[in-house]
Write a protein that binds this ligand. Structure first.
Ligand SMILES: [Zn+2]
Ligand SMILES: [Zn+2]
Length: 170
């Protein structure tokens, strides 16, 4: 099951729509599980890696994937090609990821781009790697065309995620 934990306030209806999109993409239930806390004094833009470790108030169950959702900006990351704006970060193959909706003010105003980024980070939790198909949500997210795409996977990534989800259940 996918459990969304919010770090700031989000509209319930928009969260419900977001969870339906995640359910459609992965075929597993997705719900808003509660709100968690950013550790006091953590400067903005937030350090995504540190936040995943230090966040307070998360309950987790075996086989759950946790997606933290924030409206705040994340610190840019250094790539071989230079600094890249960061909208999310995931513990590859493990259980925890974070997603920022920045620069959108709410889920609805940036819906497709935010949902596509969410699929991407959750995909990494199910061990998906970057994909060469520009339509796929596992396409490298720092590419200029990424945010224009739909929140979908290519057939290969969809099948791979389904396989990982089945393995986790059995
Ligand atoms: Zn990635
Ligand atoms: Zn793909």
């Amino acid at each position: 099951m996918i459990r969304v934990w919010t770090l700031d306030s989000f509209d319930d209806k928009q969260l419900a729509k977001f969870n339906r999109t995640l359910y459609t993409a992965f075929g597993v239930g997705s719900e808003h599980s509660g709100s968690a806390e950013i550790p006091a004094g953590m400067p903005e833009p937030l350090d995504a890696e540190k936040l995943l470790t230090d966040v307070k108030g998360i309950r987790s169950y075996k086989d759950d994937k946790i997606l933290l959702l924030t409206t705040r900006k994340l610190k840019e990351r250094e790539l071989p090609s230079g600094m890249a704006p960061t909208s999310g970060f995931a513990w590859h193959g493990k259980d925890r990821a974070i997603l920022s909706i920045h620069p959108h003010k709410d889920l609805e105003s940036g819906y497709k781009a935010v949902a596509r980024h969410a699929l991407h980070q959750l995909g990494h939790l199910w061990e998906l790697h970057h994909c060469l198909d520009p339509r796929c949500s596992m396409y490298p997210p720092w590419t200029p065309s990424f945010t224009q795409g739909e929140p979908i996977f290519c057939t290969f990534c969809r099948e791979k995620s389904e396989q990982k989800i089945r393995l986790a259940k059995s």
